[in-house]
Design a protein around this ligand. Structure first.
Ligand code: NAI
Ligand SMILES: NCC(=O)COP(=O)(O)O
Length: 338
């Protein structure tokens, strides 16, 4: 990790478990060895949640420059006023502005060299959509924020990783019924090129081996169960192979994720959200990390969502956030272990 720079941790939806897992990650900092982070959000929400859940965590408002020195004694917070009361488990569109401001601040701090990388706590997409947020999720919003900072267009790619598996969904947060029409050769080729490049450059996998799932059952069974795998996926993979990318497929998705199949590739490229996220969350929900490829800075996140159903109960598991913090620290230092 860039020395002496803290990680930035955005608050996420304050009615979810983000505040709780941040408090717990700080409490467990010595046993887990996580790098120092500065929380971007409203300190009053953290303090109230700590009191409610009986977590003994001192909170210290400070500048990012002071976060590393503060971290051993208190949870450092770069204050962003929520401007509205928050009830755990009760999402409220009135909190959207603060949630978005925390993400924007995290990108600015990281792009301007004040923080080493950005780790995002979960947001509830529907809450942000209802307040007019125009992006499907962090992934696309972060690319836009990077463009605003640098003037360059970035094409972000979502990757989720746990110790047993890395997956990349080609289409992300769109209705399943829209997936076939959204898939084209250019989208598949661009997604795989960025994945291959970032696995090599950021994850130190010299020649990444990529396995690509077909869209249809049995990868279309030679075009007899849907035409997309023969007409879109296969020619896209031919183009990538001609460029020297090590890619196999389209493979039947149902037999890609057992242990001996996983041993044959470094990442699985999937055609839609659940084809990718079901296996990775099944194999490693507690250790899963979401990392955005294709950005000019490192961004990671826990693999789970806001978990409103347990936000009042004090039972949220901080391990996925801790893994996200660890991976962000490693990636921003140029080597990785995932
Ligand atoms: N990176 C992000 O910002 C993400 C945001 N979301 C958002 O989260 C919201 C809720 O999504 P769901 O599909 O319900 O998924 P979820 O991950 O929030 O919850 C699914 C189930 O897992 C449990 N769970 C999740 N994280 C946990 C943890 N750390 N410890 C213990 N139990 C945990 C929850 O209590 C719930 O029963 C949605 O609005 C979605 O948009 C979902 C995934 C990622
Ligand atoms: N299902 C993954 C997810 O919702 C994360 O999306 P993003 O906010 O990281 O784009």
């Amino acid at each position: 990790m860039k020395t002496n720079l803290p990680l930035a941790l955005s608050q996420g939806d304050p009615a979810g478990i983000g505040p709780e897992i941040a408090l717990k990650a700080w409490s467990r900092r010595e046993e887990t060895g996580i790098a120092p982070f500065v929380y971007l959000g409203d300190p009053r929400i953290l303090q109230t949640r700590a009191a409610m859940l009986e977590l003994d965590v001192p909170v210290q408002v400070c500048a990012p420059e002071a976060a590393c020195d503060t971290f051993h004694a208190a949870l450092p917070v770069f204050a962003i006023d929520a401007a509205t009361p928050v009830a755990p488990g009760k999402p409220d569109p009135a909190t959207a502005a603060g949630t978005i401001a925390a993400i924007e601040t995290g990108v600015k701090l990281t792009q301007r060299g004040k923080t080493a990388a950005l780790v995002t706590n979960p947001i509830a997409k529907s809450v942000l959509y209802s307040s007019g947020f125009g992006f499907p999720g962090h992934t696309e919003f972060l690319a836009e924020l990077a463009r605003r900072e640098t003037g360059t267009q970035y094409r972000p790619v979502m990757m989720l990783a746990c110790p047993a598996l890395r997956v990349v969904p080609v289409t992300i947060h769109i209705p399943l019924s829209d997936v076939p029409a959204a898939l084209d050769q250019a989208l598949i080729i661009e997604t795989i090129r960025i994945t291959a490049r970032d696995l090599a450059e950021r994850f130190a996998i010299k020649a990444p081996r990529l396995a690509v799932a077909g869209l249809n059952p049995h990868a279309g069974e030679q075009g007899t169960i849907g035409r997309e795998d023969e007409e879109i996926v296969r020619p896209a993979l031919d183009t990538l192979r001609a460029e020297g990318i090590d890619v196999v497929g389209p493979l039947p998705a149902d037999t890609m994720f057992h242990a001996s199949a996983r041993a044959r590739y470094d990442a699985a490229i999937c055609m839609y959200h659940d084809q990718a996220l079901i296996p990775v969350k099944t194999l490693g929900f507690e250790q899963g990390v979401n990392a955005t490829l294709g950005l000019p800075f490192v961004r990671t996140s826990p693999d789970h969502g806001t978990a409103f159903d347990i936000a009042e109960r004090g039972i949220a598991d901080p391990r996925s956030l801790e893994e996200a913090l660890k991976l962000a620290a490693v990636l921003s230092g140029g080597k990785q272990d995932r």
